[in-house]
Design a protein around this ligand. Sequence first.
Ligand code: SF4
Length: 890
Amino acid sequence: MPEKIKTTCPYCGVGCGIITSKDSTGRITIKGDPDHPANFGRLCSKGTALAETLDLEGRLLEPMVDGTIVDWSEALDTVADRFRNIIDQHGPNAVAFYVSGQLLTEDYYVANKLMKGFIGSGNIDTNSRLCMSSAVAAYKRAFGSDTVPCEYEDIEHAELIVITGSNTAWCHPVIYQRIVKAKKENPALRIVVIDPRATATRDIADLHLPLKPGSDSYLFNGLLSYLESHGCRNRGFTDNHCEGLDDALVAARKTASNITDVARVCELDPEDVRDFYDCFASTEKSLTLYSQGINQSSSGTDKANAIINCHLITGRIGRQGMGPFSITGQPNAMGGREVGGLANQLAAHMDIENASHHALVSEFWNAPDLCTGAGLKAVDLFRAVEDGSVKAVWIMATNPVVSMPDADRVREALKGCELVVVSDTSANTDTVDLAHIRLPALGWGEKDGTVTNSERRISRQRKFLKAPGAARADWWIINEVARRMGFESAFDYQSPAEIFSEYATLTGYQNNGSRDLDISGLADLDADSYDNLAPLQWPRKKEDDDSDRIFSDGRFFTAGGKARFIPVDPQLPAYPVSETQPFILNSGRVRDHWHTMTRTGKSPRLGSHTEEPYAEIHPEDASRLNLQENDLVELNTELGNAIVRTRLSTGQRKGSLFAPFHWSDQNSAAARIDALVNPVTDPFSGQPESKHAPVGIRPWRAQWYGFLLSRRELDLKGCGYWSKARGNSIWRYHIAGNQSPADWEDLARQWVCSDQDNVEWVEYADSTRNQYRAARIVDDELESCLYVGATKSLPDHDWIEPIFLNGRVQDHERIALLSGRPLQEGQDQGPTVCACFGVGSNQVKELINSGEITSVEQITERLKAGGNCGSCLPELKQLLASGLPSQSAA
Ligand code: SF4
């Protein structure tokens, strides 16, 4: 029997349960856990492809100091000594940690304890700052605590689901599928999608409000004032359990007193606004889901409070099927919040500025030097690195050179930093490449601990793979550095179970119901119980806690126990468009990639859905600029530029662009989208405005276009544009240049040649048409092949991949390679639509064109596409409607 281990998906905040099985050959299979309450067996395309990401290619497996491999003892001594020297000379605020929602709660706890408790600085912040810190700040302002008051089960009980600032279909696909199912089972369920773009999520909307980017607070202020004027105030609730309503209403009326004004500011149809307001007003069980479209804004906290205000005035909180529900992006953003991963919080949801919290944590940790003020939030932290006030930074499990706004400036700051330590699984990322000290960390499947998902559910991540090379758990690495810095007695952890137990104890320490986060019922778990811990939600004051739903008693964690309405004065984005930067750039994710692709980039299935970086543009804007589908364009701001493809979509608002932020210098010539994003932040949360960067767009004039398939990774010097994606046992490069080389063969040989025997080089050149094709065959097997032409219309290449896998290249295959034509009809599947079953758009198109099918269900029946995670169903629908291959994006 294969060995089966239950664990949790390492990607998004849905927190799906997974069962891994290892057969006798060591082959791993991944399935959704039918018993996990977050997903009941479902996984999306990313979760389903996890087994393809487990190889050791590109892994960092040994500690390195200043470019030399060393043993752990030397690496840890060096980190501790260099940190200690800088602290001794310049004080504790001269050092910082920048951590990640990829860390497990136990890792986070130890990192936070070291920095805030013993180094004595608040300078630990996390990449979750970029993702949901506005949601945290808003909850704290309204409830006095960072409490997510909803659960996934609410989806099945709601009568209205408002999805705002979230392409749930692509970014939280299992939640989306749950909503789809709820709608099927309850056709009366109304779904309103509020998003400037028509994304795949719009597919299930009864009403889509494509509001002007950044105008969300006007819309929700208008709703607040409408609810009041239409008698929807729940007086019992607001009188007894809330404060500040009058001021919030004054602010709302001042800016959004009537539907006409709201519709004008938000650039919406007044009837649609009325429809939304009526629907919300008349539906008791209203659930509002929101995510980065709300949070990633220079007024994200206000936007979230404008939403919360509408739930408070109607008393729609603390009961089943309703509430303001922030969906977190990262797998353990919530765990990080819980143990103080944000620079302005202490552990266990306590506040640095709160004297009794400070005294409590200081006493519990026996940490007299506990920091007395908040540390630097992400953007400020890297500014401090730049100006030299932070002289040492330890970056764990994240890639800020790609993901921070104004990313070029972050890169330059790190280049000038006295000490950069990086703990990572990858040997090369844009950030690891700048590190003085590289520490090999365990990856998913190798590490043990807990994560918390968007609905406050704690789940175990369990290891099912051996630690490779010298890689170690993050908590262990931090613990060992802390000991070497002289803090042995506070850092004597032997296992994640011990750390969890200490953290759980702290949550209950002098709590007595005064703090929302209490899992002290889990403090006494022994190692076995911790190992076997089933997914559970907090609070958990006793091991078998059956407390009522959070806030069901109308008691909140503010000083007076009442929820606070927050007056919202809506602000449009900080930087308006200009003559030179006339478009608004909205950055985000694609369906099948995660963050900077260090993991999803390993999967051929995931890579083939979106192989190249792109910007989505409305066809009318494109036509005005003389741009067509798949053109190369340069996006530019004063901060940086990027070269990407165009995708034309009527779902895009005119004047706006959307571009995914996944590409880095490891897999593209110039597509780090965050290099274009302004580092302007929300004043309360410090979260950057990643959804609104004014940019210019212009054609990138190429003289030639091509693709290159190769068994080996290549260094493509002389290519102005390239992007790299994983294929089956090969790398796929899309390339282009704005200058043709004097001799194609010379350049091609520079790119693909290595010192090997038995090399055969076959080529075809037509200089009049600027065409060049070449195949490099080593020991009779295809090693690489290159196609170049004067236009972007190149032959499809899916049919070439099997030739790499088939062994000896046959004569007819050589002819096909040089002619650029598939060996047989139907060998080119086209871009992947269904990543779970590897179904391409050409296959779907062929089936549709056959006239044999009329529904998406029939496509699933015939090709399986859409029959697993369902993430591709909106695209299948679109293909069916248009009869054309889909190029839509999220
Ligand atoms: Fe993982 Fe997908 Fe579930 Fe998110 S929705 S946790 S990415 S399987």
